[in-house]
Design a protein around this ligand. Structure first.
Ligand SMILES: [Zn+2]
Ligand SMILES: [Zn+2]
Length: 306
């Protein structure tokens, strides 16, 4: 299994997960041109992606979803709530510079709008699959489990994707307001974790957002702080965990070094030897090759036994 985080943050999220045989994309939060550019930069042909999974309807997760799914014939997998959400249901909350703070502004959900007769003629229909948290979805070589995410969207989910042929497993947990024991347990036994590390609590307090936005981000249905992310990493640590990527960092209320430091310190005591890195907004993260990291971890273990 290889994981390409094409970018993560309040301006867009997209992650390619690939097995030896197949690729799926989780979220399409970049416009179609930018999405195509980022896919190309990691040598992934859009036509080779066999499905798009959308975690929830916020703009930073769906911006290019509709257009990309139509252009490249991607079937879309999302919860009923996500598919039903409409742009008009949400408010615009600019942060004073016309930008959207912490992905709080779902502009539109392109994946399930009732098209006009005209649009239907021009646009290809997208094949849509409704997912829920009770059923594991089989997408060829992948088995995907969905976990209810506490976040201010209609029916948001986090997920765990497993490559059936190898058992390799990645957990994607971002846009989460708080942690529960049940939520944490859902991500046990992952080889790789993509964990939200949205903000530093102090920087959020003193940051540039209006009070209402700060309240929303820090609420139980907002985003995870660095400290909460560290707790999640600590709880989910196990000997088979080989990679952690911190994701969805706030541009104004966090810093990559700070986030890394908080999580690394939490993992220090657990002798975590895997990779720990931050997924940025501007460019894709180096691909994470789970098989290679597993082999390296085994090698290090053998050396330590000598
Ligand atoms: Zn969101
Ligand atoms: Zn988001």
């Amino acid at each position: 299994m290889r994981v390409h985080v094409l970018g993560s943050g309040s301006d867009g999220n997209a992650i390619v997960i690939e097995s030896a045989h197949q690729r799926i994309l989780v979220d399409a939060g970049f416009g179609i041109r930018e999405l195509a550019r980022r896919l190309k930069s990691v040598d992934v042909a859009p036509e080779s992606v066999s499905a798009l999974i959308v975690t929830h309807e916020h703009a930073d997760h769906v911006r290019g979803a509709g257009a990309a799914a139509r252009r490249w014939n991607w079937p879309v997998y999302a919860t009923a709530g996500t598919q039903k959400a409409k742009g008009s249901e949400h408010r615009r909350m600019a942060d004073g510079r016309g930008r959207m703070p912490e992905s709080s502004v779902p502009i539109s959900v392109a994946i399930d709008r009732a098209p006009s007769a005209d649009a239907t003629r021009k646009k290809k229909r997208v094949v849509k699959h409704i997912v829920d948290t009770r059923t594991e979805v089989q997408i060829d070589d992948f088995s995907v489990r969905f976990i209810k995410a506490p976040h201010d969207a209609r029916e948001p989910v986090s997920l765990v994707a497993t490559v059936k042929s190898t058992g390799e497993r990645v957990g994607i947990a971002y846009d989460i307001g708080h942690l529960t024991e049940r939520f944490i347990q859902s991500f046990s036994d992952c080889d790789m974790l993509l964990l939200e590390s949205n903000h530093d609590t102090q920087l959020l307090r003193t940051g540039p957002y209006p009070w209402s936005v700060k309240q929303r981000i820090a609420s139980s249905h907002g985003h995870l702080s660095n400290r909460a992310s560290a707790q999640l990493a600590r709880e989910l640590h196990h000997p088979g965990l080989v990679a952690i990527a911190l994701a969805h960092l706030s541009e104004h209320c966090n810093d990559a070094g700070l986030a890394l430091d908080v999580v690394a310190r939490a993992l220090d005591r657990l002798s975590y030897r895997g990779r720990l890195q931050v997924a940025g907004q501007d460019r894709p993260l180096d691909p994470v090759d789970i098989d290679e990291l597993r082999r390296r971890a085994r090698h290090v273990e053998q050396l330590s036994l000598l």
